[in-house]
Design a protein around this ligand. Structure first.
Ligand code: GLP
Length: 255
């Protein structure tokens, strides 16, 4: 895991924006795995600005991590709408796929989603946010560390965290479709962003804690090319904070 600590959320976002742009320049046919959440909003704005400055995403394919079960793609609180608003309607790409919350046969749809990722050649770069409880995608604590795309039930804490997009907590759907942890680990590279003090405990558990399904993000310790970019506030509980800074200063990969 390579850990980069930046002074501000803005610097975290700029780092991630550069990483994604260089992936697309290096491989214009990149397959990107995309995430939602507040963390990603300024990142998508940055990518849209790069596109307006001339970066071509026309051959890029994308697959989103997750979607709420029961919401249509045009529901204002769906992740499909979030993606459209913040990213897809601003940049032409080869294809943009999300899990379909209204699929008639959810299990079959999950299998097809996995197949579609494989048929696209697999994910080159998977973007990830981090839940306060250590979730990635919607893989809540106790998720199987070898899971594929499937339906999961949200924890109460996640429903509370996400209620700002809905009229009230009661309206946050209980079930979601999410890429699995094994799906995420199959990506060639992972890029996880987190900023702000409320993420600091989950960040420390992910980077320095034991690998455990109680903190699903900790499984990223097994990924050979995982980059974690956090701000000072989110780095607050890292025991090895100074070591990570030193690794970067020496231009070598952190463990
Ligand atoms: C949401 C999403 C995750 C996201 C995380 C953090 O529930 N399913 O993919 O990374 O929670 O969200 P935020 O960036 O709003 O803190």
């Amino acid at each position: 895991m390579r850990v980069y600590i930046r002074p501000t959320p803005q610097a975290v976002v700029e780092f991630a924006c550069r990483a994604i742009c260089s992936q697309v320049r290096r491989k214009p046919t990149s397959v990107l795995g995309l995430a939602t959440g507040n963390t990603m909003i300024p990142l998508y704005a940055g990518l849209v600005a790069e596109h307006r400055r001339g970066l071509d995403f026309g051959q890029v394919q994308t697959f989103n991590l997750d979607e709420y079960v029961g919401l249509s793609p045009d529901h204002p609180s769906s992740y499909a709408q979030y993606m459209k608003q913040h990213f897809f309607e601003h940049i032409p790409m080869a294809s943009n796929r999300l899990p379909q919350g209204l699929a008639a046969d959810l299990d079959e749809h999950c299998r097809e989603y996995e197949q579609a990722i494989s048929q696209a050649g697999g994910i080159d770069l998977q973007l990830l946010g981090l839940g306060h409880n250590g979730h990635i995608g919607f893989n809540e604590p106790t998720s199987s560390l070898s899971s594929s795309t499937r339906v999961r039930t949200l924890t109460e804490s996640t429903r509370q965290a996400n209620q700002s997009s809905f009229a009230s907590e009661e309206r946050v759907p209980a079930r979601v479709i999410t890429m699995g942890i094994a799906t995420i680990l199959r990506a060639q590279q992972c890029l996880l962003l987190a900023y702000g003090e409320p993420k600091a405990r989950a960040v420390a558990a992910m980077i320095e804690g034991p690998v455990t399904s109680m903190c699903p993000a900790s499984v990223l310790q097994f990924h050979a090319h995982c980059t974690v970019v956090i701000d000072e506030a989110a780095a607050r509980h890292l025991a090895l904070r100074d070591y990570f800074m030193e690794c970067e200063a020496n231009s070598e990969a952190s463990p």
